[in-house]
Design a protein around this ligand. Structure first.
Ligand code: ZN
Length: 312
C-alpha cells in the first residue's frame, strides 16, 4: 500500500514538472522577438554583365532561404538588342521562386523617349553633365527635382508596362533611383497603384562614398530630412507603406558596418531592417551581405530573436 502511495506521489511530481517545463517553453516562444529583414536589389538599367549575374546566382545557392525584392529598371528592354527574351531570362537566372519583382526607375534618356516623356538633363545628383547626343544618359537625374508630376506618372506607368510586356508581372513595390522621392513622385506612385516604397534613406549612410557637399547628399537631406538608420515602416499615404532603406545598400556599407547597424536596431528594439545591393555591382559588394548575415544571425540568436526574411 505504502509503495502504491509513493508511486502515485512520484507520478504527480513528474506530471507537474513536465507541465511546468512545457509552460516554460511556451512562455519562451511567446517572449521570442522577431526581426523582419528585407534584401532589396536595385537593377540600374545600365548593364547585365555575367560576373554580376553569377555573383547573385552564387549568393542564391548559399542562402536559398532568403527571398529578394528585385527592383527592376526596364531600360534594358528599350535599348536595341537582338534577343529580348534572352535578356529577360538572364535577369530571371538570378531569381528564386520566393522573390518579389518591383520597379526601380532612373530616368535614362532612352526610357523617357520610349515613354513619350520630355527628357530632362538638369538636377544631376552626381553633379555631372547629363546631356548626350549619342549613347544613353540620365542615370543621375533626380526624378523628384527634374520632372513634373504628370511626367513622373507617365514614366512610372510606362516602366511598369515594359516590365509586364517582358513577363515580369505588375509591380506594386518601388524604389526611386538615387532615393530621389518627394511629393510629386509619391503622387505618381499612387496614381499607378503602388503600395510599397523604399526610397527614404538617411543621407548620412551614404557619406562613405558621397561628399558632404555633393548634390546627392544635399538633395537627400532636403527630401528626407528626418531619416535615421533606426527608421521603421510607416504609412506614407493611405495607399503606400514606406519601408525606409535603413541599412542602405552594400556598396556603402562594409559587412562590419552592416553588423553594427543590425546591432543598433536590436539594441533599440526595432524590428525591421531593409538592406540590399545593386545588380550592376554585385560582384564587388554582395560579399558584404554574405559575410554579415551569419554574424547578424549569431547576434539574433544571442538575444533570442528570430530572423524572418521577407520580400514584400
Ligand atoms: Zn539605382
Amino acid at each position: 500500500m505504502r509503495l502504491l502511495k509513493l508511486s502515485v506521489y512520484l507520478c504527480l511530481v513528474l506530471l507537474l514538472t513536465s507541465c511546468e517545463s512545457v509552460a516554460d517553453s511556451v512562455a519562451e516562444v511567446q517572449a521570442q522577438k522577431t526581426m523582419r529583414l528585407y534584401v532589396t536589389v536595385d537593377w540600374e538599367g545600365r548593364s547585365l554583365d555575367e560576373e554580376n549575374l553569377e555573383a547573385m546566382q552564387q549568393f542564391r545557392q548559399r542562402f536559398p532561404n532568403i527571398p529578394m525584392l528585385q527592383l527592376l529598371n526596364p531600360t534594358y528592354f528599350v535599348r536595341p538588342h537582338p534577343d529580348y527574351a534572352r535578356l529577360a531570362s538572364d535577369i530571371k537566372s538570378t531569381f528564386l521562386s520566393i522573390d518579389t519583382v518591383g520597379l526601380h526607375v532612373h530616368a535614362w534618356k532612352s526610357l523617357t523617349k520610349h515613354c513619350g516623356v520630355a527628357y530632362q538633363s538638369d538636377y544631376s545628383f552626381a553633379d555631372i553633365s547629363e546631356t548626350c547626343k549619342v549613347g544613353d544618359c540620365g542615370y543621375t537625374v533626380s526624378l523628384e527635382n527634374a520632372y513634373s508630376q504628370a511626367d513622373l506618372t507617365q514614366l512610372i506607368g510606362c516602366s511598369n508596362d515594359i516590365l509586364m510586356q517582358h513577363g515580369f508581372g505588375h509591380s506594386v513595390h518601388f524604389r526611386a533611383g538615387g532615393w530621389q522621392m518627394g511629393p510629386k513622385l509619391i503622387a505618381a506612385l499612387e496614381a499607378n497603384g503602388f503600395i510599397w516604397d523604399s526610397s527614404v534613406i538617411d543621407a548620412e549612410l551614404l557619406l562613405t562614398r558621397w561628399h558632404q557637399d555633393s548634390s546627392m547628399i544635399k538633395m537627400l537631406r532636403k527630401l528626407h530630412p528626418t531619416a535615421t538608420p533606426l527608421d521603421q515602416p510607416y504609412q506614407l499615404t493611405d495607399q503606400i507603406m514606406e519601408y525606409p532603406n535603413n541599412a542602405a545598400l552594400a556598396d556603402y556599407t562594409t559587412s562590419k558596418q552592416l553588423v553594427a547597424l543590425f546591432q543598433q536596431l536590436v539594441d533599440a528594439e526595432k524590428t525591421v531592417m531593409v538592406l540590399g545591393f545593386h545588380q550592376e555591382t554585385a560582384a564587388d559588394f554582395i560579399d558584404h551581405l554574405a559575410e554579415a548575415i551569419p554574424q547578424m544571425e549569431a547576434i539574433a540568436k544571442a538575444h533570442q530573436i528570430k530572423i524572418e526574411w521577407h520580400a514584400r
